[in-house]
Design a binder for this molecule. Structure first.
Ligand code: AMP
Ligand code: MG
Length: 309
């Protein structure tokens, strides 16, 4: 491992949820953690370096066309999901990226099993796909508001042990994806209740931010404790060796972006995509084509001024 790879691995280690560990969000992770990166100014510089690294790796991922990467973003409102996507993916070729935001399911979606709509939007090989909210809503918002299950048209007798089963089914689904070349990067943006209050106030005060605020956000805020419990359970039950969770400290937007970029970079480094190798024959064929193309240079082109007679 080169030192840069090791440094990235060390940097993200505190965010990783060890598979099998029991998480208590309030006790185990600090939303305002900033480690050794003390200033926003230094943070900005790091993010630029991080996005350059991502751009290079994405280019290789795209060329190799073997693996896909799915980035799952979960968080409460105002935790910075949109901003993270915008800043972390800056500089990455849009041709190789897809972003999908999941809202309240449509009636067509409710006519299928709960994982169906997420399966429809998975990235292809060579792509980085981002899920802005994801299949995890099915054990988060739906768990906090179990009445939402009534709309899911589940057969009788399937409610018993439902959450445990869903954790298991999600793990199995992700395992299938992972075994077939699709790496899953799961980021939970961990925001404090006080910072959410401040950001909501800002959305109300700044006119251009009003559209981001809805009355529903304030209603959800009242379920804060229930959400923290649901997040803690989700992290405990679905952080696996093949798709571990990372808890990203989100009270400082600039720090969250660096941390998210670092986790994604780490995954790409582990995948180590390479540009396809060109065979000796193919290279020789290219040389022949080169000669032909060079012969097609327009006649009478001005001679190179510095070439000796
Ligand atoms: P936003 O991401 O702020 O635009 O809001 C999307 C809303 O859709 C959030 O309130 C989510 O909780 C909700 N949502 C997403 N997925 C589901 C789901 N599977 N069932 C119910 N509500 C969902
Ligand atoms: Mg919202």
């Amino acid at each position: 491992m080169t030192t840069r790879e090791q440094r990235i691995a060390d940097f993200i280690a505190p965010f990783r949820v060890e598979p099998g560990s029991k998480v208590n969000l309030a006790k185990d992770f600090e939303p305002d953690f900033k480690g050794t990166i003390q200033s926003k100014k230094r943070g900005r510089k790091l993010l630029v370096q991080g996005t350059e690294l991502l751009s290079e790796y994405q280019s290789r991922l795209y060329a190799q066309h073997t693996h896909g990467v799915l980035v799952v973003l979960q968080a409460l409102d105002a935790a910075g999901k949109d901003g993270t996507i915008r800043h972390v993916m800056t500089g990455v070729n849009p041709q190789g990226v897809s972003v999908n935001s999941f809202k309240v399911p449509s009636s067509e979606e409710l006519d299928h099993d709960y994982l169906w709509r997420y399966g429809q939007r998975l990235p292809a090989r060579g792509e980085i796909g981002i899920f802005n909210r994801s299949h995890y809503e099915e054990v988060l918002v739906v768990r906090v508001h179990p009445e939402l299950l009534d709309r899911q048209k589940l057969p009788r007798g399937t409610r018993k042990g439902l959450w445990k089963r869903r954790y298991h089914e999600i793990n199995a689904w992700e395992r299938t994806l992972s075994d077939n070349g699709f790496k899953i990067v799961k980021l939970f943006l961990n925001l404090s209740q006080e910072e959410q209050r401040i950001r909501f106030l800002r959305r109300i005060d700044l006119r251009d931010h009003n559209w981001k605020f809805s009355a529903a956000d304030i209603r959800e805020r009242e379920y804060w404790d229930a959400y923290q419990r649901a997040f803690s359970q989700m992290l405990s039950r679905t952080s696996t060796e093949w798709a571990p969770w990372y808890v990203i400290p989100a009270d400082r937007k600039w720090y969250a972006r660096i941390a998210a970029a670092a986790v994604l970079a780490n995954t790409l480094i582990e995948l180590d995509p390479r540009y396809p190798k060109v065979s000796k024959e193919a290279r020789e064929a290219l040389q022949e084509i080169k000669v032909t193309l060079e012969k097609q240079a327009p006649e009478g082109a001005a001679p190179d001024p510095f070439v000796a007679e």
